[in-house]
Design a protein around this ligand. Sequence first.
Ligand code: SF4
Length: 176
Amino acid sequence: MMGDVFTQYWYPIITAFHQGKSALPAHLGISADDYYQITELVGLVPIATHDLPQYAALQLRHELIGMRDDELSELTELLTEHLDHHQPYAQQMATVLANASMGSQHLWRDLGMPERPRLSQLFHDYFPTLHALNHHNMRWKRFLYKQLCESGGDYVCRSPSCETCTSYEECFGEER
Ligand code: SF4
């Protein structure tokens, strides 16, 4: 199973979630059935939400994400547009990633990836056109919000060009 999307992505996402090390809400933001199914598929034991170490934080996260419902829908829509539907649990991955994007750290951390290159690889496999669009290697979360911004939202850019923008480091700096 080495090298497949379950080992590469789903396993670390779920492991980090179980350890309270990601910004994902209950059941990773997908349905309870899907969470149980995928968790068993990768060889892990599903954990009931109230038994997770971050239970209290999860309740708070649920409320916070609830207040940003439109943003979550826009992110999910954007990711779905670029999704390779041939990948296993493709729509669920779009939903998980949209939820992780609502966190406050770098996306690879909020998703629970072991390091940033793994997240870039995930984009390559699940969202190939987004991966290709980010040829300037912007920070992933900023990149997603910039896409929303360009399609009429008002999330990121306060400057007409990246070269003159005071947020340059926030968008293109190294994601450590
Ligand atoms: S550097 Fe400034 S203009 Fe460029 S994407 Fe970031 S916020 Fe937008």
